[in-house]
Ligand binder design. Sequence first.
Ligand code: ZN
Length: 253
Amino acid sequence: MALIKFLGTAGARYVVARQLRASGGVYLESEGTRLVLDPGPGTLVYMAKEGLRVEKLHGIVVTHGHLDHAADLNILVDALTEGGLKRRGRVFLPREALYGENAVLLPYLRPYLEEIQILTPQTDYRLGNLSFCTSVRHHHPAETYGVIFELGGKRVGFMVDTLYFPKLLESYRGCQVLVLNVVRYKPHPSPEVQHLCVAHVREILEHLKPERAVLTHFGMTMIRANPKQVAQRLTKETGVPVVAAWDGMVLEL
Ligand SMILES: [Zn+2]
């Protein structure tokens, strides 16, 4: 059995800054392997509250170096390795998030880890009993990759921050479960704000037809639009069962 727990469902600055939703990313567990995807601000706190032990994690995946995806990376590495006393854990992140101007992993923590692996486009990875692959590079201001996990016999795609572009679909074809970071209700007028909006999610679902879809990572325009109602509308329009994630939501596979 595998499970996915949404430690937080906030996306974008205002919802994160005001903590209108929690911003702790996603916890995944499959056949004894445990990892956190995109540890945003508060992940350590939410994990402690939920009784999830950081030192029991096997790895952390950071899809890109933005703060709402990586702010708690360092404290998780410190907790996971007991301040460097135990050399363990693997961190997966794009090159830019390790070596670039916006590197998010502190140099003194790096030797504490068993391994640091660079995420590159469309590449297979393995962590204990969990295997996953990356998508094509997303269109987003930071170097960003989506992640597709094999969980409980299903392909579970996490289409994280990106602008919609047709080639994006190729990477997520065949996903039975699709989790989408839907920051925007409507497209942002500025082309620099590279995030999915509801119209693009509709198009994606119509093309890919997963067994089910989960919306998360909500910005303010989505919170105002009521994610639950948006999900119900998308279900009706596409025929794909869509739910809007809430903080603490668990998906069992
Ligand atoms: Zn981002």
